[in-house]
Design a binder for this molecule. Structure first.
Ligand code: URA
Length: 432
């Protein structure tokens, strides 16, 4: 029998814990035998002292063992690919990547999460679509991946229950942004969810948990190692989160932008990230494509309309109405106008994310409900030239007062300069 207080003390003092000790602690927590206050203290000790690779692996294993696991590949009879993002502002990548990959003939079955704080979650975005069901049973989920080629659902309660509990606790105890804790949170879900090959989008910058390339690299390496030990193929892309991704931040606005992108009419940075992610997923799949051919195949699915057709079939299969006209719209729209000339030097991703959150697009607490119609569209992005009187952003709000406040917040998120900043690609680095 472990004594949690002793483990907390030893971790606090920088000792390495044994795999069995970590396992008992995590499983004891899930069983309700270890209280929140001791787990919170343990997480804070981990936050300051870190976990060794062996400890991170033991934590990951214990988290996987806390619930059921799925063998997607055997159930579908094909190699199944999956993607995950560490979380960003305006990150609707899954909504565009899934239909493209499925249109190329690769099964895409994904369990997604909700947003908290200034980052949005795929499930919340999907729920702006009238009628959509995101809580399919496992059998229904598998049947849809087999028949339609794509299903995206909420993570079932039985899959890594330890993460649900730990993530909730981390979120309210300032212990989210630790490499070992993020790596095991993400990889336990991916491994238990059963994908054979995984593309991980590690966000770097102001709007991400990892603020520097070095930290993002460390997270990528930790996740690669956990994937390797579990026999999964993993590719990590480090991507820019120093400004919101694409234009739209807010649920229905992001769904519209994802559909535009499936039609080949998306913003350049978001389109590039989507195509880069699809390229890796298709290259990892059982189609046996080289990267160059994989990229061409993804571009072809957009150009020939099969990506958007797959989107429509997928949404309809989950009970949703794929018609964009039925997506909710906000009653008030307000332009954010600049009173100067110059180039957009930076757009604070957190500030824009928080402006959308205050409009009602996100949750401040787990119990909050979401207003799917509201949000922000960043019309001018980093490097764009602007002139006096130009609208750099657009606010979609429930009322005039909320619109006014958001407009001021979004304008404050923009900085301008006489010269354009150096160009930066959305994909900063690929590690595999
Ligand atoms: N996303 C996750 O799933 N877990 C984390 O800890 C951070 C981001």
């Amino acid at each position: 029998m472990i004594h949690p207080a002793e483990l907390i003390q030893r971790k606090r003092d920088g000792e390495e814990l044994a795999a069995e000790e970590l396992s008992e602690l995590v499983l004891g927590y899930v069983a309700g035998d270890v209280p929140d206050y001791q787990m919170a203290a343990f997480l804070m000790a981990v936050y300051f002292r870190g976990l060794s690779p062996a400890e991170t692996f033991a934590l990951n294993e214990a988290m996987i063992r806390s619930g059921e696991t799925v063998d997607l590949g055997s159930a579908i009879g094909r190699k199944v690919v999956d993607k995950h993002s560490t979380g960003g502002v305006g990150d609707k990548t899954t909504l565009a990547v899934g239909p493209i990959v499925a249109a190329c003939g690769v099964p895409f079955g994904k369990m997604s999460g909700r947003g908290l704080g200034h980052t949005g979650g795929t499930l919340d975005k999907l729920e702006s679509i009238p009628g959509i069901r995101i809580e399919l049973g496992l059998d229904e989920f598998l049947a849809q991946v087999r028949d339609v080629g794509i299903a995206i659902i909420g993570q079932t309660a039985d899959l890594v229950p330890a993460d649900k509990l730990l993530y909730g606790l981390r979120d309210v105890t300032a212990t989210v942004d630790n490499v070992s804790l993020i790596a095991s949170s993400i990889m336990s879900k991916k491994i238990a969810g059963g994908a054979d090959a995984i593309v991980l989008d590690v966000k770097v910058g102001d709007g991400a948990f990892m603020k520097t390339r070095e930290d993002a690299r460390a997270l990528a390496e930790a996740m690669l190692e956990l994937g390797r030990r579990a026999g999964r193929e993993v590719v990590c892309v480090l991507t820019d989160m120093d400004q919101p991704l694409g234009s739209a931040v807010g649920n229905a606005l992001e769904v519209r932008e994802a559909v535009d992108t499936l039609r080949g009419e998306g913003p350049p940075d978001f389109t590039e990230l989507v195509l880069a992610s699809c390229t890796h997923l298709l290259a990892l799949s059982d189609l046996g494509l080289e990267e160059h051919a994989a990229r061409e195949r993804a571009e072809q699915a957009v150009a020939d309309g099969s990506a958007v057709a797959t989107y429509r079939r997928w949404i309809a299969a989950q009970g949703g109405d794929p018609d964009e006209a039925v997506l909710p719209t906000a009653p008030v729209t307000r332009q954010v106008v600049v009173e100067r000339e110059g180039f957009v030097h930076a757009i604070g991703a957190v500030e824009v994310g928080l402006a959308a959150l205050h409009l009602g697009a996100g949750r401040r607490t787990k119990e909050d409900s979401i207003d799917h119609a509201v949000g922000v569209r960043c019309l001018a992005k980093r490097g764009d030239r602007v002139v006096t009187g130009q609208a750099v952003a657009e606010i979609h709000a429930r009322d005039e007062e909320a619109a006014e406040r958001a407009a001021a917040d979004v304008l404050a998120a923009y900085t301008f300069a006489e010269q354009p900043p150096p160009e930066r690609s959305i994909v900063l680095e690929t590690i595999s």
